[in-house]
Design a binder for this molecule. Structure first.
Ligand SMILES: Nc1c(C(=O)O)ncn1[C@@H]1O[C@H](COP(=O)(O)O)[C@@H](O)[C@H]1O
Length: 166
């Protein structure tokens, strides 16, 4: 298997049902990815070695998903200067608002991109990674253009269902 271009990390295995949408999207574009559980809170030493070695291992960006006190994306961005794309995972108690606010309000100097809460955010983080990498990869750019064209055509061709009986 080709060396991964995109690293997907998440705070817990419980985040995988959300983060697998990022993996699936990268897979659809034929981009090599790797996925691991890495937690700033529970495995700080693993976070350090993962983020510190990320660029030299060939990763172009890191998609980091976490829920609740979601410090993983920001802490990853603190250690590596690769682009970090943060996905707020929906939490039970606060529906992901806690995750969103934990990721988005980074201090100036440590940029961490923040996407929508949950599945849409995971998909969009992957599409964002595709779009960044496509700048240096004409074949990938063609796939991205085809995806966007197809999506546009599908929405334009969609028909609303008839009125249902009241
Ligand atoms: N936010 C973080 C971090 C971190 O930011 O380092 N590590 C784990 N977690 C989050 O804790 C939630 C509950 O985890 P468990 O389901 O394992 O109890 C998960 O959404 C995870 O991302």
């Amino acid at each position: 298997m080709a060396d991964a271009s995109v690293g997907i990390i998440m705070g817990s295995t419980s985040d995988w049902p959300t983060m697998e949408h990022a993996a699936r999207t990268l897979e659809d574009f034929g981009l090599a990815w790797e996925a691991e559980v890495v937690s700033a809170h529970r495995t700080p030493d693993k976070l350090y070695s993962y983020a510190e070695s990320a660029r030299s291992r060939g990763l172009k960006c890191i998609i980091a998903g976490a829920g609740g006190a979601a410090h993983l994306p920001g802490m990853t961005a603190a250690i590596t200067d690769l682009p970090v794309l943060g996905v707020p995972v929906e939490s039970k108690a606060l529906k992901g608002m806690d995750s969103l606010l934990s990721i988005v309000q980074m201090p100036g100097g440590i940029p961490t991109a923040t996407f929508a809460i949950g599945k849409a955010g995971a998909i969009n983080a992957a599409l964002f990674a595709v779009s960044m990498i496509a700048g240096e990869d004409p074949a990938l750019l063609e796939k991205l253009e085809a995806f966007r064209r197809n999506q546009r055509d599908t929405v334009k061709a969609a028909e609303l269902p008839p009125l249902t009986d009241a």
